[in-house]
Design a protein around this ligand. Structure first.
Ligand code: FAD
Length: 372
């Protein structure tokens, strides 16, 4: 049987992991497209949670990133009550700058047979008269496909998703020569961030990335740069003292939902990663969910492809169900954590070391970590 032609739009972790997983299964001819030219910078803390590392293992590419990774087994966490606690996990997270990480995943997909075209901006979906997706539009041209995987990240380029969702605003920068232990990240739940947090993560070559996350409706989100400056002074002055800023501060919204609706799978089209809004509320962790959804999509396509009908109705339903089963409990836990951190109770709780330890261990559990 001829293998289906699959066009994957977007070569972030979701698209590249999906392309790689399809190639590993030998189940499709894959064309991976991205509007950027690689290697490209991505606004991100570049933290790979233990969960992300296990997906890399599953894809057989974890070791490829080991030599360029910063191992970050410890996290200095501070609650809105001001008490600090140093956490360490059994598994540990890595930091791999996205410029290298995303390039590495694309390379792995290419080495396994995927075709990659960069600098190609997809401008729309091509549909047949019945509405079924038949390919993608690039300007006046159409690239035909038996299946399109939309991995365009946030905000989802072609989404028709009407389920409740809200945006988290972010702003971040990079500093060279900053004073942060190379094995320790920082996460600070400041009340001005309305249940969200500021972070500092060590990168290779004595670089540190620092940023904040805040719901779009919070008062501080209106003057994001001013708030970032204020929090830098208050929480990270010792980290950036004498360090050299690299480039401009950058931001990108994360759009969250705690529902996985019908929109993630339609005839001829699947959404993966942030294009399907798969980001954890609370941690804004998305790399693991992006890659995992790409792998689930590849699996479902491999098992449920019908030569005439394409990805069967059962396959599409299974894709939704498997995403929901794997991810929604974590998203719900994340949402509950944000509500708690926003409450007055959190302030009281996190003014005592014992309670902030408990809260912070909940936060680490959200990224698949087991506190020691
Ligand atoms: C400030 C910030 C910090 C974060 N920190 C972390 C962290 O430390 N750890 C973590 O796990 N997650 C983090 N996240 C979330 C994480 O960055 C995302 O969840 C993850 O990048 C999603 O992967 P993706 O492949 O779905 O989308 P993306 O990584 O956004 O990739 C989408 C790709 O699609 C391409 N594209 C878009 N539109 C088109 C088009 N029309 N045609 C062709 N190509 C297109 C883009 O160029 C891009 O390369 C952070 C997010 C933000 C905003």
């Amino acid at each position: 049987m001829a293998r289906p032609k699959i066009v994957v739009v977007g070569a972030g972790p979701a698209g590249s992991a999906c392309a790689l997983a399809l190639q590993l299964r030998g189940s499709a001819e894959v064309l991976l497209l991205d509007k950027s030219t690689y290697p490209r910078v991505k606004v991100c803390g570049s933290g790979l949670s233990p969960k992300a590392l296990s997906v890399l293992e599953q894809l057989g590419v974890r070791e490829r990133f080991a030599s360029g990774a910063i191992q970050m087994p410890k996290m200095l966490a501070k609650g809105p009550g001001g008490q600090e606690v140093l956490l360490s996990g059994r598994k540990g997270a890595w930091v791999v700058p996205r410029i290298t990480f995303d390039q590495g995943l694309v390379d792995a997909a290419i080495e396994h047979g995927a075709r990659f075209q960069q600098g190609v901006k997809v401008t729309g979906l091509a549909r047949d008269p019945s509405g079924r997706v038949r390919g993608v539009q690039v300007g006046d041209d159409v690239i035909d496909a038996d299946l399109v995987i939309s991995a365009t990240g946030s905000p989802s380029r072609f989404a028709t998703d009407e389920s409740p969702q809200y945006a988290i605003r972010t702003i971040m920068g990079w500093w060279r020569g900053a004073s942060l232990a190379p094995d320790t990240g920082m996460m600070i739940w400041d009340r001005r961030l309305d249940g969200y947090y500021a972070w500092a993560f060590p990168e290779p070559d004595s670089v540190v990335n620092i940023g904040i996350t805040i719901p779009e409706h919070a008062a501080g989100a209106k003057q994001l740069k001013d708030l970032f400056r204020e929090l830098l002074d208050e929480h990270f002055a010792a980290v950036v003292r004498g360090a050299e800023p690299i480039g401009k501060w950058m931001g990108h919204p994360a759009i969250l939902t705690t529902k996985i609706g019908d929109h993630v799978a339609e005839e001829g089209l699947l959404y993966v990663g942030e294009a399907a809004r798969l980001v954890c509320p609370a941690t804004v962790e998305g790399i693991s969910f992006a890659m995992e959804s790409g792998v689930i999509a590849a699996d479902v396509v491999t098992k449920h492809w019908d030569r005439v009908g394409g990805l069967s109705r059962v396959g599409r339903a299974l894709y939704r169900t498997r995403l929901a089963a794997r991810m929604l409990p974590k998203f719900w836990a994340g949402e509950a954590f944000v509500k708690l951190m926003r409450s007055d109770r959190a302030r009281a709780l996190t003014s005592r070391a014992i309670d902030v330890q408990w809260l912070a261990s909940k936060a680490t559990a959200l990224v698949g970590e087991q506190p020691v």
